[in-house]
Write a protein that binds this ligand. Structure first.
Ligand SMILES: Nc1ncnc2c1ncn2[C@@H]1O[C@H](COP(=O)(O)OP(=O)(O)OP(=O)(O)O)[C@@H](O)[C@H]1O
Length: 244
């Protein structure tokens, strides 16, 4: 479970987070939806402890990220940029390395890597170097990296940016599987279709604040619109910075 309470963060002259509060539950895919500059990345960076909030609280499974950063981060998987993999490592080596970085002993790391390779059905590529991998294969390695230390919560910042249709589908299926396993999945996006297709809960944000939270159906009902895009535009008050 991820909980953000009254977060404020000023970057330079910009109030990037301006009293942001929401909750993302386990067994649920939550989409953080907002136009360009809404504060989505700033929120996710704060959750991961890469930025320190000026005020407010971010909790991972009840652990305060500012007060118990190491324990909190163990429960958080951050989906990395799939284009930035170490080309010379095989997925198995890669995963064992990242499990180790997250504090697992060698034998545990080996076991954890083998389990993720099996869960994500990566046996065919497990012992090949990442160099030359397709986008979809890179996607799987990146997602495997974010879950190898068995976190409850997985955070993804615009995960489908730059991906082709097939890789987007692979990612979508993997996220649905994580949800079914009871994980809390939180991802940011300004791509309407992606959010409508995947999310149980949508947090609509702009200018560092939450404007509304609910299921896509609830957001449509509350704005009197019949699709998420129209509901979003009604909530935001403009269609600037939105991808369909
Ligand atoms: N390092 C920085 N220096 C200056 N301004 C910043 C910096 N990081 C973020 N900001 C500003 O903070 C605000 C929120 O940015 P953020 O990247 O969190 O938005 P976002 O919702 O992720 O946007 P996008 O969808 O365009 O990626 C923006 O106005 C942005 O210009």
């Amino acid at each position: 479970m991820i909980k953000v309470t009254d977060l404020y963060k000023k970057i330079g002259e910009v109030q990037a987070l301006n009293g942001l509060s929401f909750q993302a539950e386990n067994g649920t895919i939550t989409g953080l939806l907002g136009p360009n500059g809404a504060g989505k990345t700033t929120c996710l960076r704060t959750l991961f402890g890469l930025l320190k909030a000026d005020r407010g609280q971010a909790e991972i499974d009840g652990l305060d990220i500012a007060r118990q950063p190491l324990q909190a981060r163990k429960q958080l998987g951050l989906f990395p940029d799939p284009f930035g993999l170490y080309e010379r490592l095989t997925p198995r080596e890669y995963l064992e390395f990242f499990a180790g970085i997250n504090g697992m002993a060698t034998a545990d790391a080996r076991q954890a890597a083998a389990k993720v390779l099996q869960v994500l059905q990566m046996d065919d590529i497990a012992d090949r170097r990442c160099q030359g991998f397709s986008q979809g294969q890179r996607m799987k390695v990146a997602l495997a990296q974010s879950i190898v230390h068995q976190p409850t919560n997985i955070v993804l910042d615009e995960p489908t940016r730059g991906l082709d249709v097939m890789s987007t589908r692979v990612l979508r299926e993997l996220l649905l599987r994580l949800k079914q396993q009871g994980h809390c999945v939180l991802f940011s996006s300004h791509v309407m279709q992606e959010v409508a297709a995947l999310c149980d809960q949508v947090v609509v944000m702009a200018k560092g604040r939450v404007l509304a939270q609910g299921t896509p159906a609830e957001l449509c009902a509350s704005t009197g619109k019949n699709n998420l895009e129209e509901a979003f535009i009604a909530l935001i008050g403009t269609d600037e910075g939105i991808a369909a």
